[in-house]
Design a protein around this ligand. Structure first.
Ligand code: C2E
Ligand code: MG
Ligand code: MG
Length: 504
């Protein structure tokens, strides 16, 4: 056994072809299920083969060749073997080169940390920073972690790299505190490999001791998949961290597979909703539902929720209105070099919070791609005393809905990209209380029929419209909204909806 799950077999074979035959036989034997304590286990293997003396005359040369051939076998999906070839493709060579460079980089001070602020949504204040590693390569420039973290994990370099990140982040946070800056927590990413094969507890204790940082100001981030890999072992470790007041967060939640029964037993402080769900949270009902379910799940398990990758005011407003606790994302700040982060923290800059929609005015949202129509409808309804919002397409409308409480929406049936009925179907899923009306020309009958049949509409109005009738229809829409609100608040009130107007 060389290390971890890597083994070496030295075999004396008569002919070169037999090396592959032998490797296949080993893989087949490994693939046979084993019964351990009544449970069936299956193992897989990837094999790299180096030949003496063709690939090297010394043990470590042969081993190096075998390892890179093994990486190739693994990269092709595992469960296979590969012979080392001197003309190995350039990617593998580049990988080898990069591995050597990364090894040097760790000792050479080429790694650095950027810090991205994490903000509390209730106050808009910075409460934490996530440390994100960068590699300042002498010729390649600033290399992002996605390029070298997987390599570091494969080669075991993640151990010294991870230890450096942890120590550096603790020292930096302590230095900020000593300089009189606000007391925040710093979050450090750990990969599964680090948790499995290192005494993390000792490493963390050493970093805290050396830096003098309060354990409450350190947070460890683990991805959902890393945590679920060996959940039982993980639960034991998390208890020990908890006992030392270090906080833990579960990263990229929603992208892996979680066992809910384990989730209950973990001692996490934060749960981070993966940015893929945040991206179109106010535009895609499916992602919105997942994010909302995650928020309520986390709260019930006494974890607070951080939304990752928040880029727009609409996303922020949507998340805030639904009880998300914290956010991190380019909307407030990209990850920054330490000095810039310190300046930001020192400036006291806070997140601009959208106006609190506690006491909403009577707000009407108009959606039409024809500017002329939009303008005349706006004039008409402003005279009626409504707060009037206008959008020229579905995406804009969904952003406005995230930022305002809208009681009635009127959408044109014919819109570019997302047509009126698609928009109203999304509105129905995301904001079931908003009363939906559609404006349509005679040519859009199909879209209207679809919308009416699927229950997406309160009423539709034909174009060209009659001002008096339209105003009356909208008033009825607001009354309908009010009556439904009253109904959910326990006030008994009878209301007969005006019914769907027939198409002439
Ligand atoms: P992560 O932990 O999920 O980090 C969040 C990533 O999202 C960061 O990418 C960050 O720059 C990016 N991000 C933040 N806000 C936004 C936004 O508004 N829009 C978009 N599009 N992206 C945003 P980064 O720095 O490239 O890091 C990528 C991943 O590399 C991290 O994902 C983490 O898994 C890993 N990583 C970074 N540093 C370390 C480390 O020190 N150790 C380990 N093991 N992994 C690390
Ligand atoms: Mg992270
Ligand atoms: Mg993440």
């Amino acid at each position: 056994r060389v290390e971890g799950d890597e083994f070496v077999l030295v075999a004396d074979i008569a002919r070169v072809e037999l090396a592959s035959v032998l490797a296949q036989a080993i893989i087949a034997a490994m693939a046979r299920p084993l019964v351990v304590a009544g449970r069936e286990l299956t193992l897989g293997a990837s094999i790299g083969i180096a030949l003496f003396p063709k690939d090297g005359e010394r043990g470590d040369d042969l081993l190096r060749c075998a390892v890179s051939a093994m990486h190739k076998a693994r990269a092709e999906g595992g469960g296979r073997s590969h012979l080392y070839a001197t003309d190995m493709d350039s990617r593998a060579l580049e990988r080898l080169e990069m591995e050597g460079e990364l090894r040097r980089a760790i000792g050479n001070g080429e790694l650095l940390l950027h810090y991205q602020p994490q903000l509390r949504l209730r106050t808009g204040r910075i409460v934490g920073a996530e440390a994100l590693v960068r590699w300042q390569h002498p010729t390649r420039g600033l290399v992002p972690p996605a390029t070298f973290i997987p390599l570091a994990e494969d080669t075991g370099l993640i151990m010294p790299l991870g230890a450096w990140v942890l120590r550096q982040a603790c020292l930096q946070n302590k230095a900020w505190q000593d300089a009189g800056l606000a007391r925040i927590r710093v979050a450090v990413n750990l990969s599964a490999r680090q948790f499995e094969s290192q005494d993390m507890l000792a490493l963390v204790a050493a970093a805290l001791k050396e830096s003098g940082l309060d354990p409450a100001c350190l947070e460890l981030e683990l991805t959902e998949s890393a945590v679920m890999k060996d959940a039982e072992a993980f639960i034991r470790t998390t208890r020990q961290f908890k006992a030392r007041s270090v906080s833990l967060s579960i990263d990229d939640f929603g992208t892996g597979f979680s066992s809910l029964s384990y989730l209950r037993r973990f001692e996490f402080n934060h749960l981070k909703i993966d940015q893929s769900f945040i991206q179109d949270i106010n535009r895609d009902p499916d992602n919105a539902m997942i994010a909302l379910a995650v928020i309520s799940l986390a709260h019930n398990l006494r974890m607070s929720v951080i939304a990752e990758g928040v880029e727009s005011v609409a996303q922020l407003a949507f998340l805030r209105a639904r009880g998300c606790d914290e956010m991190q994302g380019d909307l407030f700040s990209r990850p920054l070099p330490a000095a810039e982060f310190a300046a930001l923290l020192g400036s006291g800059r806070a997140l601009e919070l959208p106006a609190d929609p506690a006491l909403p005015a009577r707000t009407l949202l108009l959606v039409d791609d024809e500017a002329g129509i939009l303008a005349s409808l706006q004039r008409l309804f402003r005279r009626e005393g409504y707060t009037v919002l206008a959008a020229s397409n579905g995406a804009e409308a969904l952003d406005l809905l995230a930022m305002h409480v809208v009681q009635v929406i009127i959408s044109d049936a014919h819109l570019p990209v997302m047509d009126g009925s698609e928009l109203l179907a999304k509105v129905r899923a995301l904001y079931p209380d908003t009363v939906r009306m559609m404006l349509s020309g005679y040519t859009d009958l199909q879209a209207v029929t679809r919308a009416v049949n699927s229950g997406e509409l309160y009423q539709f109005i034909t174009k060209p419209w009659n001002d008096v009738k339209l105003v009356e229809a909208v008033r009825a829409g607001f009354r309908y909204h009010e009556s439904r609100r009253a109904a959910t608040h326990g006030v008994i009130q009878q209301f007969v909806p005006d019914g769907i107007q027939a198409v002439p």
